[in-house]
Design a protein around this ligand. Structure first.
Ligand code: GLU
Length: 519
């Protein structure tokens, strides 16, 4: 076995990729890149009944969007395909039988002819006595298999085409010590293991056989996967022993839990609480149902990566913002937690907020313009107001409001007054702030502003404040009504930034309009 780090993400294309799966892909990617290794995508599609159209492409697109592409996988170069591929198990289906046969030959597996009805009957019988039926050492000799039947009988049945599976013969009375990088030593009593089916009657391998054979042939050095596979680890380690292959090292990642901390995070939790559990939007090909995705909901891919990295891992320092390169540097499997990671939607928004602050205003402005243009009602309003959507203008708008936003989609709500003059005024605030003399002051202020030449925010501020001081008016008396006239409410960024940006004429118009409406 090569000593090179080679890890794989091995999803079954049964639907969209849950963020738990994305986290598994990410940890594999980080580990591979940290150790100069290969990150492999293997599509585990042996179960044709559960195959979902489009799911494989969805997985590939998601990894691409998140900027964690695989080095080897479907679509790799001929050379790689020849050495390690194909990377879809459905295209490898002919190679597994020989491995199942090998286990039969060396006594680690056997043929079993029990029909589904017979097995069901055993199960119900056991249940009636309050017991659980397990197909293993304590009853396998009483069942319908090649360990109990004569070899002539077995040959005869196989030759006659009788349906049969191949089962693993789990050892009896042994205490296994499994080593998991995250969980340490795990002791398993082999007597509790059942004789899992390795090869099905339809000629296809089960997950367990295909997974081990492929990990071996693809020279996988570390298996990093979700905790739900921990119960399979004993069988997998035994399979490596049975083949006389060196087993990879294992690391089982903690579950991602609901925001309450109780139970596994599901799509339903997201639907109920209003957050996506998929990286990208997914349209179910059978029902047409659309599930929301982080991408379409306006999350940045680097923010998603950062928050996923912290689900079950942290660097042991205070630092929370990590670029992908920093994550690669800091990531260690030994620092992954054993206990479940509670999913916190507020924290994901916090991450998006942090990343939004770091983004270039130009890029944010471009995204914002896109949003404005694609919304008919909003773009009509902007057009009617005659406001230009120049990149330069929108960039400045963005710079002044982005600290209050988590998403680009929050921008309009925070900045509409830059584009259109207020259509109404906050009644309560007006009652309190618009006093007897306010009309007079605002008219005069409009004149003052009209006379300013240097229209920078700083200069406007200096001139207006000087005027307030000269008139001995007190700031509150002027600033609150001024803001109401410009914004319609007592909110928004620095008032002089607004004035500077919307321009002299618009400011004067808004002051006059407010006087007309409120006076
Ligand atoms: N196909 C399995 C899954 O869907 C892979 C488990 C593993 O990584 O071994 O998660």
């Amino acid at each position: 076995m090569s000593t090179k780090v080679r890890v794989r993400f091995a999803p079954s294309p049964t639907g969209p990729l849950h963020i738990g799966g994305v986290r598994t892909a990410l940890f594999n990617y980080l580990f591979a890149k940290k150790h100069g290794g290969d990150f492999i995508l293997r599509i585990e599609d042996t179960d044709q009944n559960r195959y979902v159209e489009g799911a494989e492409q969805y997985i590939i697109d998601s990894l691409k969007w998140l900027n964690i592409p695989f080095d080897q996988g479907p679509g790799s170069s001929n050379e790689i395909e020849e050495k390690y591929g194909p990377f879809r198990q459905s295209e490898r289906k002919n190679l597994y039988k020989a491995y199942a046969d090998q286990l039969i030959e060396n006594g680690w597996a056997y043929y079993a002819f029990d029909t589904a009805e017979e097995l069901d009957a055993h199960r119900s019988e056991h249940e009636a006595q309050g017991k659980t039926f397990i197909y293993n050492w304590h009853n396998r000799l009483k069942l319908n298999n090649s360990l109990a039947l004569s070899s002539e009988e077995v040959e005869k049945r196989i030759a006659a085409g009788e349906d049969h599976v191949i089962r693993f013969k789990s050892p009896q009375d042994e205490k296994l010590h499994l080593q998991d990088i995250i969980r340490g030593d795990i002791e398993i009593d082999t007597n509790i293991l059942d004789d899992k089916v390795l090869f099905k009657s339809d000629g296809m391998p089960t997950y367990h056989l295909a997974n081990i054979v492929d990990d071996h042939l693809m020279e996988i050095s570390h298996v990093i996967r979700g905790e739900e596979w921990l119960p399979s680890m004993a069988l997998h380690v035994l399979l490596y022993r049975a083949f006389d292959w060196q087993a990879p090292q294992f690391a089982h990642l903690p579950l991602i839990l609901k925001p309450t901390g109780k139970g596994k995070l599901s799509k339903r939790d997201g639907d109920k609480l209003g957050f996506p559990v998929f990286p990208m939007e997914w349209k179910d090909p059978a029902t047409g149902d659309v599930s929301r995705g982080y991408k379409e909901d306006g999350y940045f891919n680097d923010a998603v990566i950062n928050f996923l990295a912290f689900l079950g891992w942290n660097p042991g320092t205070e630092q929370e913002i990590f670029s992908l390169d920093e994550l690669i540097n800091a990531f260690e499997l030994e620092k992954v937690h054993k206990s479940g990671a509670r999913f916190d939607p507020d924290k994901t928004n916090w991450y998006n907020h942090q990343y939004l602050q770091q983004k270039e205003d130009k890029r944010l402005a471009e995204d914002f313009i896109e949003i404005i243009k694609s919304d008919e009602a909003i773009s009509a309003e902007v057009e009617k107001a005659g406001t230009s959507l120049s990149l330069e203008f929108v960039e400045q708008v963005v710079a002044s409001i982005k600290e209050r936003a988590n998403f680009v989609s929050d921008f309009w709500e925070l900045s509409n007054f830059f584009f259109v003059s207020p259509s109404s005024y906050d009644e309560k605030a007006c009652k309190k702030q618009w006093k007897e003399n306010t009309n007079e002051y605002m008219n005069e202020l409009a004149e003052v502003i009209n006379g300013i030449d240097d229209f920078s925010s700083e200069n406007i501020e200096a001139v207006v404040k000087q005027w307030i001081t000269d008139k001995e008016l007190g700031f509150g008396k002027i600033m609150a009504p001024l803001r109401l006239a410009l914004v319609g409410e007592l909110k928004g960024p620095h008032v002089f930034d607004i004035i500077s940006l919307i321009g002299k004429q618009e400011t004067v118009n808004r002051l006059h309009k407010a006087v007309a409406v409120l006076g």
